[in-house]
Design a protein around this ligand. Structure first.
Ligand SMILES: [Zn+2]
Length: 124
C-alpha cells in the first residue's frame, strides 16, 4: 500500500538483474570502515582466534594493560609486576627489561638480528 511520506510515495519495484545475497544486505546495512595496514598480521586463514583477538586489541591499543585498568579505577596502581614502571602496551611489549629478553630470543629465533623496537616499527 503506497503511503505519502513528505510528498514522496513508497513503491515496490522488481529488478530483473538483482540477485539476492545475504552479503549484499549485510554490506548495505553496515558502515564499512577503511582497511588498516596491519589487518593481514591479525586475520589470516591459519590464525588461532584467541591470539588474533589479542593481537587485534594490541594493534588498536586496547589491551587491558595495568595503566588502562588503573585509569578505569579497577586497580590501585599501574605498575608493571616485573619492574615497577608504568605498564602500558609499549612498556609491556618493548620497554620492560623482562619482555625485552623475550623479544630478543624471539627475534633470534626468527633470524632477525636487531634490538626490539616499538610496535609500529616491528610489524612493518
Ligand atoms: Zn616492566
Amino acid at each position: 500500500m503506497p503511503s505519502n511520506l513528505g510528498g514522496y510515495y513508497d513503491r515496490v519495484e522488481w529488478f530483473e538483474t538483482y540477485q539476492h545475497k545475504t552479503s549484499n544486505v549485510w554490506n548495505g546495512l553496515r558502515e564499512v570502515p577503511n582497511k588498516v595496514w596491519w589487518w593481514k598480521l591479525v586475520w589470516y586463514s591459519e590464525n588461532i582466534p584467541k591470539y588474533s583477538f589479542t593481537n587485534w586489541l594490541l594493534c588498536l591499543g586496547r589491551l587491558p594493560t595495568r595503566d588502562r585498568l588503573y585509569s578505569w579505577e579497577m586497580l590501585d596502581e599501574d605498575k608493571c609486576c616485573y619492574c615497577q614502571e608504568r605498564e602500558s602496551n609499549q612498556h609491556l611489549f618493548f620497554e620492560c627489561q623482562y619482555s625485552a629478553v623475550v623479544w630478543r630470543k624471539l627475534l633470534m629465533y626468527l633470524k632477525e638480528y636487531h634490538d626490539p623496537q616499538g610496535w609500529e616499527l616491528e610489524v612493518r
